[in-house]
Design a protein around this ligand. Structure first.
Ligand SMILES: *Cc1c(COP(=O)(O)O)cnc(C)c1O
Length: 231
């Protein structure tokens, strides 16, 4: 089978699994956006994904994003990694949503960029709900204070929260992590009166559980791109 046929089948399968998870909990499948995480694949393969109708794409490295943004001009780019200060100016204008704001320093530099440009940067706070020492993100306890800070900065727009579950072969292990992120968001909503609509959670191994727990953005790489190095 050629790359396009394989990708079309995988996209159909993933969308079907998202729809199935929605059905189990009474959600509308249109409330979940599939983000194709293209970090392991080529610009050519990413371009095929866009032609097949999936336009939301995730990248974790600025240089890859720059390259692919040229190859796939119709894509909406989600940044899901570490963005060094010296790459902000070139990267942020290409980015639809910053998912991985994991320190006050990053938050401040985004706000500075957004103020300078006169357009606030849409962003999510990354929360370390799985409490793994090696993982980035704010501790759940820090979320109220950090979100107050984000809301006080005119250069950013807080759109919601993001998390990564601990690696496990059993997707059910991720459920408490995802449920906690939703609860944190719901508490923030009550406190601030803001919609905070986005919950970015769920990857190849656990996205159905994430959707059952309220994910609005699922970030999927391996399931779509495994074995498809280049176009
Ligand atoms: C790579 C990556 C993904 C995609 O993970 P898969 O398991 O390949 O689906 C999702 N989110 C983040 C932050 C990533 O770095």
């Amino acid at each position: 089978m050629d790359t396009r046929t394989i990708l079309a089948e995988r996209l159909t399968t993933v969308c079907g699994r998202i729809a199935g998870a929605c059905r189990r909990v009474g959600r509308d499948p249109s409330s979940v956006t599939l983000i194709a995480v293209t970090k392991t694949t080529s610009p050519e393969v990413a371009a095929i994904v866009a032609e097949l109708g999936t336009l939301d794409m995730g990248e974790s490295r600025p240089q890859e994003l720059w390259k692919k943004a040229v190859a796939v001009p119709t894509a909406r780019w989600h940044f899901i990694g570490h963005l060094q200060r010296n790459k902000l100016d070139r990267t942020l204008p290409l980015v639809t949503l910053m998912h991985s704001v994991d320190s006050e320093r990053v938050l401040e530099s985004l706000a500075e960029f957004g103020s300078k440009r006169g357009v606030p940067v849409p962003m999510l706070l990354e929360v370390n709900c799985s409490r793994e020492a090696a993982k980035g993100g704010f501790s759940p306890d820090a979320v109220p204070a950090v979100s107050d800070k984000a809301l006080s900065l005119t250069g950013v727009t807080l759109r919601g929260l993001m998390t990564m579950a601990a690696y496990s072969d059993n997707p059910e292990d991720a459920r408490p992590t995802f449920a906690e992120l939703r609860q944190l968001r719901d508490a923030l909503r009550l406190r601030t009166g803001l919609a905070l609509p986005e919950l970015s959670m769920g990857m190849s191994g656990d996205f159905e559980v994430a959707v059952e727990e309220g994910a609005t953005l699922v970030r999927i790489g391996t399931t779509l791109f495994e074995g498809l190095g280049t176009a």
